[in-house]
Design a protein around this ligand. Sequence first.
Ligand code: ZN
Length: 312
Amino acid sequence: MDIIFLKPVFKQMIWGGERLRRDFGYEIPGNHTGECWAISAHPQGDCTVSEGKFAGMRLSELFRSHRELFGDMAGERFPLLVKLIDAREDLSIQVHPDDAYAAANENGSLGKMECWYILDCEKDATIVIGHHAGSRQELETMVREGRWKELIREIPVKKGDFFQINPGCVHAIKGGTLILETQQNSDITYRLYDYDRLQDGKLRPLHIKQSLEVIQVPFVQPQAGVGESKTVNAWLEQLVTCQYYTVWKGELKGKRTIVQDQKFMLGSVIEGSAKINNRLVKKGTHFILPYGIPPLSIEGDGIFIFSAVSES
Ligand code: ZN
């Protein structure tokens, strides 16, 4: 049984840059590459297995036809999505629905819970998480009157910070920030405010009605909780656990073992390099450890982000 390596899908975005090439060595499609969908089976960006006996197969197809690799978990869709995001400029201020709202209003789609690990950022970088409205009425008034400065909650960030973003939480990545995002496999985003920017001479559409319906009021800081550790791998630090996923960070110096004790585990190398069972992985490598894979030896100097689906 082998580690499954994937070939990412890249997305050009008006706010994107070229750090995915500069910092990660990827071949990117242009100088406005905003996103690397690193582990994804989403129809808008379905990764391809890059080697081994499943080489050339899409992750969605692998999930459909070889469910044993994923612990025979239930469900139509591969549940998670891991992205790298290079925000050269500010992203629009947005909010995601939960599963119930998305199912009712977005053709049965999933909602979106997500979390961010700050890979790098400029000095004095900030992000938007939450708002300052005390009631739904106040939120509606502030949005209607365009009192964005008053409404939006902006906080400083630094490399290595981690944030859990619940559905209903207003958020935005600001320019100069590089992020690893682990999320539910969904692409439903409601744009609340876009700084009145023009794209090809036009404002991008906003989704004020949907945003007002899903924004949580008042804002409550999401729990980037440590929670109970759900792995036997003591060298992994748990960053968050919620109903959809658990995310860990592993700082490797020397030799360790990974016991794959989940349905499956997703892994990304974000710094340095290592050998896993004698196979070289380096910054920018993403992989899946399938169900039942024997304990792996891992040796090197680097930082890893792992995730797994929460068992329901
Ligand atoms: Zn988001």
